[in-house]
Design a protein around this ligand. Structure first.
Ligand code: ADP
Ligand code: TMP
Ligand code: ASP
Length: 243
């Protein structure tokens, strides 16, 4: 187990993603994630700049990662560096996205003809390939094994951790009178061990008000519902994220 290192100096830009920029640091095992105000949907086809989003998601993610860490989930998060930056362990990311769903929405409704809001008991688990050019296609464990995207053991660990994260976060959001509809997690390796990476924010999950079913996540952007960052801030306030 390596110790937390927040005392890092920002170095070269390594990667500019759709919402975050990744920087190297003077510590070869640490990165800085910069949360930009850029917002994208539909694999980068729809883009916008949303004032305050970078700061809100950076703080939101820090709050959630610390809760998960405290509940025994190994995460890459080391600490907040500034309004829009945090320090993380440098992971070798596995090129798959893990999606867990408690209620049907989004692509599940389109693919399976299920009505939005159908309760999924038990929650479902799906793998997607992280590849925007291909539109993040759904994949299965056989593809992951054959193409070497992860080992069988890592597949089992990712599923297990995703369901555990789902249970922990369902409770946190329920306490704020919200339903965690679904979420997407990414994992990576650090010294051979699996860690939760990337971010957890309303950009990568769906959250509904429990009573009104009002959408409080990135569907507001996808569906042009307006007040996107205002909704994220409302979610943050309801669960006690300091903004
Ligand atoms: P995208 O690549 O999907 O456009 P982002 O804009 O969020 O997404 O960019 C952040 C990138 O950094 C993602 O590709 C993500 O997989 C990667 N990443 C997240 N956490 C880590 C980490 N701890 N180590 C290495 N890479 C990471
Ligand atoms: P989906 O209904 O579009 O498959 O998305 C399921 C959940 O995963 C939803 O909360 C959005 C999130 N997600 C991402 O954050 N990024 C992605 O690339 C994909 C495919 C889904
Ligand atoms: N996260 C993906 C994108 O930015 C997919 C989505 O959110 O719709 O395009």
């Amino acid at each position: 187990m390596s110790t937390t290192n927040l005392n890092v100096q920002k170095q070269a830009e390594l990667y500019k993603g759709k919402a975050k920029t990744v920087y190297a640091t003077d510590d070869a095992e640490r990165l800085i994630l910069f949360f930009r105000n850029d917002t994208s949907a539909f694999d980068g086809k729809k883009l916008a700049q949303l004032e305050r989003k970078g700061m809100v998601n950076n703080r939101f993610n820090a709050f959630i990662m610390e809760k998960l860490q405290a509940a025994g989930i190994p995460t890459h998060f080391e600490g907040l560096l500034s309004d829009q930056e945090c320090v993380v362990k440098k992971l070798q990311m596995l090129p798959v996205e893990c999606v867990v769903r408690n209620l049907a929405a989004g692509s599940m409704c389109r693919r399976l003809g299920v009505a939005e809001g159908t309760v999924l008991n038990p929650p479902t688990f799906e793998f997607f390939l992280k590849n925007d050019a291909l539109g993040d296609p759904m994949i299965n464990e056989s593809h992951i094994e054959t193409f070497g995207w992860a080992t069988k053991e890592q597949v089992e660990q990712m599923k297990d951790m995703t369901f555990r994260v789902n249970e922990i976060l369902k409770g946190i959001f329920l306490a704020g009178n919200m339903l965690l509809v679904d979420s997407k997690l990414e994992f990576g390796l650090f010294h051979g061990q699996l860690y939760l990476g990337d971010e957890f924010s309303p950009d990568g999950c769906r959250l509904w008000d429990k009573d009104t079913r009002e959408k409080l996540d990135k569907d507001r952007f996808r569906q042009d519902l307006g007040d996107v960052v205002e909704a994220y801030e409302q979610v943050a306030r309801r669960i006690g994220v300091p903004l």
